[in-house]
Design a protein around this ligand. Sequence first.
Ligand SMILES: [Zn+2]
Length: 307
Amino acid sequence: MRIFKEGQARGAGAVSGKDLELINALSRKELAEGEVFTFSLILCDNEVDRDFERFDVSALEELAGLFAGRTGISDHDWSSARQVARIYRTELVREPDRLTAAGEEYVCLKAWAYMLRTAENETLIAEIEGGIKKETSVGVSMRRSVCSICGEESGSCGHVKGQEYGGKVCHAVLRGAADAYEWSFVAVPAQRNAGVTKAFCGEGGLGGFVGSEAGSGFAGEFAQLKALAEIGRGYLGRLRDEVKRLCLICQRDMYGAVSAAAESMGDAELEELRSALEKRVSEKLPLKTQLPGLGEVTDFDGDEYSI
Ligand SMILES: [Zn+2]
């Protein structure tokens, strides 16, 4: 299966003699220190990601071998002109003090890449140095995807990714790297996030955002949610009224305190209070049978027919 993951490009460093040796082993012509620009990047790690998947450490080791020497592209553009950087060194970095969501020691696959300092690459180099082009994405092919709960092939068991089983969140463990065929710089995510933040903090709150050009795509969903919120508010209001009514029946002396408290209670608390009051009411005012059933003997105290 082909898998894409996001990573990060890190700041650039000076080219050491050893690095230059590794670079020259890959390049067609002998390069001098001033001709190359190098930077490091985190390609992937063993942290559980937002798709509820993670690489196991042996897969990261395999990927380290597969990514070495691999050419990178910019913005998923496969034209050869955009294949601008090449990984010349990879290494697994372990952080013993940092635990992953799965409770393991955090391990990431770090790579060092170089590109030529040409006029064409000038903008990209500036973007990496400035931290603008810092998102990276990798495309890899994995042999197995295993359920973290039971060890069966992911999807073949009943466990659902993202759900909790015995205090552990189910995720897929990606094993057996078959190929590392792509790594690239993606410029979009950072900008997109910045745009959304700005829009959400903008004038008119969420409604203002939805009314704006950027948020117009969410207008339908927003209207639906607004209608649902209205229904919810109505239900809460009725629940509060019911609690107050029951309180008046069985606990009149506490009416003031209960009705004030009910105003700040959520639905779960209100429902709990309602059932407690209902119980109280039924104890205090038990339902009486007006007409006895056939062959049934009931106590008749005369109240039933005293109109
Ligand atoms: Zn399972």
